[in-house]
Design a protein around this ligand. Structure first.
Ligand code: SAM
Length: 263
């Protein structure tokens, strides 16, 4: 081992996430502009799929190899794939059977001989999934819940809580309940990371809804510390639209917030 390798190993052994000081500093920017933007997935219309590079970065920052990760709203399974390829164990839950099957297919097809991570996928509501997980065992919850619906849609299945179909107040109440459960299964010192975007509800005269701040408040209420907010900026990857032209000037909301909570 060279002197440099020895020093790096010393540092990796010291840190909770196995990073060297240089890697730690490199990842600590508060605005991220260097990642691909989320993409609409052809098989799941209206759902943004996050780039694997984003999940890889967050997983390497807030957990170490062998840790347990959980994505309660797994969608196409990006978090699971990233966790496995970074040698973590990952739980994932997804309420819709069709989406669950797509995630399962994506995860199974991402596995190769180089990865050591393992996983358990649950085709169920996020609330129920937390009941299957032992208290204080999760190092990192990392998720992007469906956006609150701004129209009043009827729930398809009264027994399920589809976060995308609820009205905002009801939605936030559900988030509050879920946060308490997530807090319970998070290890002491572990993290809960929510990747969300603010939005506009023009029809109801709410030009700006601070969704990320409401998520953070619910996290604090459940007991988490509000540790950080990172801006995941994809302005450079997207074209600009004329918003409100020519009557009212609105900014293009081409970024997401990464809300970082810690137990
Ligand atoms: C925005 S998508 C997640 C996308 C994911 N991060 C990815 O990159 O593929 C949110 C997912 O949560 C699911 N969902 C909504 N309500 C749920 C609930 N109560 N329990 C579990 N999953 C739910 C939706 O079906 C949707 O697939």
């Amino acid at each position: 081992m060279t002197k440099k390798e020895e020093k790096n190993k010393e540092q990796r052994d010291l840190t909770f996430n196995g990073m060297t000081a240089t890697e730690w500093a490199h990842h600590s920017r508060s605005v991220w502009k260097d990642l691909p933007s989320p993409k609409e997935y052809s098989k799941i219309p209206n759902m943004d799929v996050l780039p694997l590079e984003l999940l890889d970065r967050l997983i390497s920052m807030y957990s170490k190899e062998g840790d347990v990760v959980f994505d309660p709203f797994m969608g196409a399974g990006t978090t699971i794939i990233s966790a496995i390829r970074n040698n973590r164990f990952c739980y994932g839950s997804e309420i819709h059977k069709k989406v669950f099957d797509i995630a399962k297919f994506n995860v199974e097809n991402s596995i190769n001989l180089l990865v050591n991570g393992d996983y358990e996928l649950m085709n169920m509501d996020a609330f129920l999934a937390t009941e299957r997980i032992e208290d204080e065992t999760i190092q990192l919850i990392i998720t992007s819940p469906s956006k609150p619906s701004i129209s009043k849609r009827k729930k398809k299945d009264e027994n399920s809580l589809d976060f995308g179909d609820d009205k905002y107040e009801e939605y936030l109440k559900n988030i509050e309940d879920l946060m308490r459960r997530l807090y319970r299964i998070t290890k002491k010192g572990g993290y809960a990371v929510f990747i969300v975007e603010d939005y506009r509800d023009i029809k109801n005269n709410k030009p700006y809804v601070e969704f990320h701040a409401d998520i953070a408040k619910k996290g604090i209420k459940a007991g988490y510390l509000y540790q950080d907010v990172i801006i995941y900026d994809h302005n450079d990857q997207r074209g600009l639209l004329l918003q409100g032209y020519p009557k009212i000037f609105y900014a293009n909301l081409n970024h997401k917030y990464i809300v970082v909570l810690r137990k």
